[in-house]
Design a protein around this ligand. Structure first.
Ligand code: 9WO
Length: 221
């Protein structure tokens, strides 16, 4: 999959070169194209933002650099074009699965007070929010989308890692333990060392239901 990201702060995306996403890129399973919107401005001082019509604090990202970048990077509109914004529809796991089927995603990261609405209306397919909070920009949400989607690309994770997962069956995850058997007086639950896999599965299920009841009762329909 190819993911094009439009941003005024391309340096933030070095975080995606670490760990599993770094390996996915080196193995050619994921291609990230991080694009500085400043490279597409037609302003002689390379300006990409301006004062808001109607007044108010802060600056608004101009439509022209966004439009020119989108037209240059996705001329035939083959990409799914997504604007990350707190006003968008909530990004949930089911959308992760459908986005993982796409050939090309194009993500726009807003900054400052937002992006000229005409750029969104003219060039974007949808608006997605990763949750109900306001950030300084859409860069961290774009990285969240990349991370979620990349896990489901062929060969990025082992199939076993993907089976028993939170939300796939509407339960939160059971607790995990590793060595040592005792840490600061707390012992690993005996059942996990019993070798009885039916008992282990039953215990994990019980734990998952309990933590879901406590923290996310809304998930238990
Ligand atoms: C600021 C603001 C202040 C008061 C009331 C509403 C408000 N909305 C915003 C706002 O949208 N600021 C944005 C900062 C402009 C576009 C980029 N920014 C952003 C994106 N902040 N948070 C996101 C975001 C994106 C996706 N999912 C969650 C948050």
């Amino acid at each position: 999959m190819k993911i094009t990201i439009l941003t005024l702060f391309p340096e933030m995306f070095s975080a995606l070169d670490a760990s599993i996403l770094g390996r996915a890129q080196r193995e050619g399973k994921l291609t990230l194209e991080i694009v500085n919107l400043r490279d597409y401005t037609e302003d002689k001082h390379l300006k990409c933002d301006d004062y808001p019509f109607g007044g108010g604090a802060g600056m608004v990202m101009m439509a022209q650099p966004v439009g020119s970048a989108v037209e240059a990077l996705d001329p035939d509109h083959k990409a799914r074009r997504i604007y990350l914004s707190p006003k968008g529809k909530t990004f949930k796991q089911e959308r992760v699965f459908s986005l993982a089927e796409e050939e090309h995603l194009l993500l726009l990261c807003g900054h400052y007070e937002g992006v000229d609405q005409r750029a969104i209306d003219l060039f974007f397919d949808e608006e997605l929010s990763i949750g109900d909070y306001v950030l300084t920009g859409g860069e961290l949400p774009a990285m969240v989308v990349v991370d979620c989607v990349a896990r489901y690309l062929d060969g990025v994770l082992s199939p076993e890692s993907l089976v028993q997962e939170s939300f796939s069956e509407n339960l939160l995850e059971y607790p995990q333990y590793t060595r040592p058997v005792e840490y600061r007086g707390l012992r690993v639950p005996e059942v996990l060392r019993s070798g009885n896999h039916a008992a282990i599965d039953a215990w994990r299920r019980e734990q998952a239901v309990a933590i879901t009841k406590k923290n996310r009762p809304d998930l238990l329909s």
